[in-house]
Ligand binder design. Structure first.
Ligand code: ATP
Ligand code: MG
Length: 1013
């Protein structure tokens, strides 16, 4: 037995955990070589997460890595936003100085960081809080990027189960953006046993699990042999089997438990029942005077500064140091530069719980008073939140209220909206219980509700924002304060809109009714702008006369009231009211005006909106070059404002889209990739994937295209219908299924989209969908499947009806419309009869108007030429060539095939190139005019080198069709030859293969894998 033998309080070496260490080492090495990595370490309290991480941090430092570490505090929920980041930054400042940190940021831009660390001075005050927060996040990202440029960086966030909302947001942002950060490893620890079902960390973990470079590590208890080793290390000598057995049975390998048990030193006699007792037992052995100080410290939280503890305990530093020395010696408290930390949070909890109720309140009051008297006793920026916490814990409601208000005011500077909301909620919770609350904080209840409502909006708690706004509305007299009521209603309407609810317009209308016309006010301008904007975004809203009227009035009122930001926003909205025509002069004039107004006022939000709207409109009209130019300039501006990830991503979509149209696919691919690296919001992501999917499909990478379709589907799941997202997805998926040769599925996708969505308000996205759907119906007309044929006929009728009503706005839509017409004609040319008739035999219907078909495709090609889109141009040329060849016009066919083939090759559009080459080969047309196109001969061609079994190239083509089960008539149709010639080819083939039937020929072809590719 251990008896009275002195036992170490903790093991000098790390026991076990070699596997985990090597995982971490590997992750760090990987991060250095361009593989971003984040490791999330979960485990029960005391299992050794901190120990593992600190061991790893130590060896990483030894290898030259910079380690930034910060822990989340239990106090976090009560308003210490960004706690671990503040700790890290403070550490960094200690190391590099504020100037040193400033030189790492472009233009010395530390003003955003001032929100985390007041040492950096006054935070930048302009702009709205939502954007400022986005800028702060990007600044932290830039800072890490710069640090990681100099060498590997390990960022450790401990105890994420206590993370405040802001910390979680920033952490998630950094991990998602790690792709852009070479050399950074992020390590996060959390207590898995704390994660009850509705724990706020759970959704974050689930989200991060989907990020490719995130690894989860479950840190389990020590094995029996490892526990034995730990006991040996702690005892300083080998321990006997009995002792080991007892320790293992009691502790089940939890190292903290092992330490506590051995520290108890009384293994033989009555073992303490619980972990808590074990932990407290360590404190109980301390002198009474020390215990008293430890209890005082426990009320401070996990960490307490010397000066604060001195102030609260009423002892001077020397006495304090003397009194606490035994606690440090016993490893109950650890010291650092400014104060004490409990070795383990559980010890602190246990000690705090030991306080008698009155004693606890009194202690917390003393802390609050001390901090109130001298805020410098706690780290800068934390005084208000700490004070608020202590007054609340002391049950002093009045001061809890006033200090929570103070903390709320301060957390708004830190952009910690969720924490601000928490503090304001506390103010509101205490409001009725504290007499004269309004006088005490110098602010009325309605104003507190309004402030809370804005915090909720910024924190993304829209439902809560609506509740708060409603509560405020109930407390005011609409007749007496119409402007205030109107702005509340405007917020309610706006939040409902954000939530995807349909009933927002009534609130906005009521707001517009309430806000007085005279005198013209910024409030009225805002309400009108909101109303116009929201009407515009309602499907079909753009031709609402109300919309233009509101937008015009909003511009006028904003001008009179001197509110340039709203004026610029309203001008953008007004530009959207302009008719959608090829001549965009009026719309662009309004946008130019909006840009000028926004520039003068330095209102970057409307400025970016101008760029987004203008590039989108131009692209919609097929003005691809102009659209790309505007979007490119917008991206630069977005980057300058630190909004590359949000507005910048929307603009990246608006740049990539015209580039795709123009056939500049490599360039588009780079834009998409760069934007995706920042993991932008999911709607932007889905648009980027869609453009990538379009290119993948055209290049023949069907797997990638299918992956993109699946990702977009998942991203759009449960979002409100927006034509610009859902219609292009349906179009892409239809095209994909056609190319994958899954005609039934292609029909299903097209049917669903056409049946479910109202296409009329969205010609820009509806025309391409109609064309794709018409194309999807063609195989059914050419095939023998009656069910498919019936469906395709019904779909075609639906498409025609929709097309008849759909507007055509601008050249690009005209090109799509002509393509649609040609597709419908093509499908018709293959349909010999309606669904009631005998299945048609494949091959063009002899009665089809091939001349008309060719003209239709020529028209489409011309339109694509006019808008400068080479890919659909080449595709239309191929279809025109087929029609010409079917009609026997070889020259016309040849010209179109050569032009289309050249375009497709330049684009790298593999499948289209192959199709064109195939048609050319069947028609015996060489790829360039100089190659002497031969006459469509029948026999007598020498076997081409490399072709098996002495087959000629032509026979090879015919055999392929035979192997696919085609009849002579079908073969003739495919190869533009007569049925007789086809039958001659087939007999020759049978002879060369030494078989007697087509079936045998097919079997031979399959056996020899002649057409395996
Ligand atoms: N593998 C190990 N070898 C030696 N000592 C260990 C080991 N793991 C943990 N310990 C010791 O056990 C105690 C508890 O470990 P630690 O503080 O790392 O736990 P934790 O998982 O971080 O707990 P919490 O969730 O409470 O933060 C510490 O004193 C630590 O030194
Ligand atoms: Mg820990």
């Amino acid at each position: 037995m251990l008896g009275r033998v002195a036992v170490r309080v903790s093991s000098p070496v790390l026991v076990g955990r070699a596997g985990q260490l090597s995982v971490l080492d590997g992750a760090l090495a990987g991060a250095g070589s361009g593989n971003p990595s984040a490791v999330l370490i979960g485990g029960e309290a005391g299992v050794g997460k901190s120990r593992l991480v600190s061991e790893f941090a130590g060896r990483s430092r030894g290898q030259g890595a910079r380690v930034l570490a910060g822990g989340c505090l239990e106090l976090g929920v009560d308003g210490l936003p960004f706690a671990p980041f503040t700790t890290m930054l403070r550490e960094l400042v200690r190391d590099l100085g504020t100037d040193g940190v400033a030189t790492l940021l472009p233009g010395g831009g530390t003003r955003e960081l001032a929100r985390l660390l007041p040492e950096f001075g006054e935070p930048a005050g302009n702009g709205d809080a939502g954007e400022a927060r986005a800028r702060l996040f990007e600044q932290v990202l830039v800072l890490l990027e710069q640090l990681a440029d100099a060498g590997p960086v390990v960022m450790v966030i401990e105890d994420a189960h206590w993370a405040d909302r802001s910390t979680k947001d920033l952490l998630a942002f950094l991990i998602r953006n790690q792709h852009a950060l070479d050399g950074l490893l992020i390590v996060v620890t959390y207590r898995s046993d704390e994660l009850h079902r509705s724990h706020p960390l759970r959704p974050l973990l689930a989200e991060l699990d989907r990020v490719g470079w995130v690894t989860r590590m479950d840190l389990g208890r020590l094995s029996r042999p490892d526990t034995g080793e730990l006991v040996t290390r702690l005892a300083g000598h080998e321990a006997g089997g009995d002792l080991l057995e007892t320790v293992y049975r009691r502790t089940e390998g939890n190292p903290l438990f092992v330490e506590a048990l051995l520290g108890e030193g009384e293994l033989g006699s009555g073992l303490p029942e619980s972990l808590r007792d074990l932990l407290v037992a360590g404190v109980r052995r301390l002198p009474e005077e020390t215990q008293e100080l430890v209890r005082v410290a426990s009320a401070a939280g996990e960490r307490v500064g010397y000066a604060l503890l001195a102030a609260v305990s009423g002892q001077d530093h020397a006495a304090l140091a003397r009194g606490l020395r035994p606690a440090v010696a016993a490893n109950v408290l650890l010291t650092d530069a400014d104060g004490f930390v409990f070795r383990h949070a559980l010890i602190r909890e246990a000690m705090h719980d030991e306080l008698l109720p009155g004693e606890g309140s009194q202690l917390h009051s003393r802390f609050a008073e001390a901090i109130g008297a001298d805020p410098a006793l706690v780290p800068p920026g934390r005084a208000a939140a700490e004070e608020a916490h202590h007054w609340y814990a002391a049950h002093d409601l009045t001061r809890a209220l006033t200090s929570a208000w103070q903390a709320a005011v301060e957390s708004s500077h830190a952009l910690a909206h969720a924490e601000q909301l928490a503090m304001l909620s506390r103010v509101l919770e205490l409001w009725e219980q504290v007499p004269g609350a309004e006088q005490r904080i110098g602010t009325g209840q309605v104003e507190v509700l309004e402030t809370a409502m804005r915090a909720a909006e910024l924190a993304g708690e829209f439902d809560r924002g609506i509740t708060l706004a409603r509560a405020a509305l109930r407390k005011i007299d609409r007749a007496a304060e119409p402007v205030r009521a109107a702005l509340l209603l405007e917020t309610i309407g706006h939040l409902k809109y954000q939530l995807g609810r349909e009933d927002y317009a009534a609130d906005l209308r009521e707001a517009a009714r309430l806000v007085p016309v005279d005198p013209p006010s910024a409030a009225r301008a805002r309400v009108l702008e909101a109303l116009a904007h929201d009407i515009h975004h309602r499907p079909g809203g753009w031709d609402d006369a109300e919309f233009r009227a509101h937008a015009e009035e909003a511009v006028a009122v904003a001008r009179q009231a001197g509110d340039p930001a709203t004026e610029a926003a309203a001008l953008v909205t007004l530009a959207c009211a302009e008719p959608h025509t090829q001549d965009m002069t009026p719309a662009r004039a309004l946008l130019a005006e909006a840009r000028a107004v926004a520039m003068r006022a330095n209102a970057y939000q409307p400025l970016l909106r101008v760029a987004i709207t203008e590039s989108d409109m131009l692209e919609g009209m097929g003005q691809h070059e102009l659209a790309a130019g505007v979007a490119r300039a917008g991206i630069t501006a977005a980057r300058e404002y630190g909004l590359a990830r949000t507005s910048g991503a929307v603009l990246a979509v608006n740049l990539a889209e015209p580039l795709v149209s123009l056939g500049r696919w490599d360039e588009a691919g780079e834009v998409i990739e760069r934007a995706l690296e920042l993991l932008p919001p999911r709607l932007s992501r889905s648009s980027l994937w869609r453009l990538a999917g379009d290119m993948a499909l055209a290049r023949g990478d069907l797997d990638a295209a299918a992956d993109h379709v699946a990702s977009i589907r998942a991203a759009l799941d449960r979002t409100r219908y927006k034509d610009e997202h859902q219609l292009p997805l349906a179009r892409l998926e239809t095209e994909l299924r056609v190319v994958q040769d899954r005609p039934a599925e292609a029909l299903t996708v097209a049917e669903e989209a056409v049946g479910r969505f109202d296409l009329l308000p969205s010609p820009r996205y509806a025309w391409p969908l109609l064309a794709a759907a018409a194309r999807a119906s063609a195989p059914a007309f050419a095939g023998r499947d009656r069910v498919l044929l019936t469906r395709a006929s019904a779909l075609r009728d639906q498409l025609r009806a929709a097309a008849a009503k759909l507007a055509v706005e601008g050249l690009a839509q005209q090109a799509h419309q002509l393509t649609f017409t040609a597709e419908v004609l093509s499908a018709g040319a293959w349909a010999a009869g309606g669904p009631g008739q005998a299945p048609p035999s494949p091959g063009p219907d002899p009665a089809a108007d091939l001349g008309g078909l060719r003209a239709a495709w020529d028209d489409a090609a011309q339109a694509w030429e006019a808008v400068g889109q080479p890919y659909p141009l080449a595709a239309a040329l191929l279809r025109a060539a087929e029609a010409a060849l079917n009609a026997g016009d070889r020259d016309a066919g040849a010209v179109r095939l050569r032009r289309g083939g050249g375009l497709a090759r330049e684009l790298g559009a593999g499948p289209l190139s192959a199709d064109i080459a195939l048609v050319a080969r069947r028609a015996r047309i060489s790829s360039s005019p100089g190659d002497h196109p031969g006459v469509a001969g029948s026999t007598g061609h020498p076997p081409a080198p490399g072709l098996p079994l002495g087959l000629t190239a032509r026979e090879y083509d015919v055999l392929r069709l035979v192997a696919d089960g085609h009849s002579n008539r079908e073969i003739a149709g495919e190869l533009f030859i007569s049925v007789k010639t086809a039958s001659v080819h087939v007999s020759n083939i049978l002879g060369k293969l030494g078989v007697t039937s087509r079936g045998e020929a097919a079997a031979t072809a399959h056996r020899l894998r002649l057409f395996a590719s």
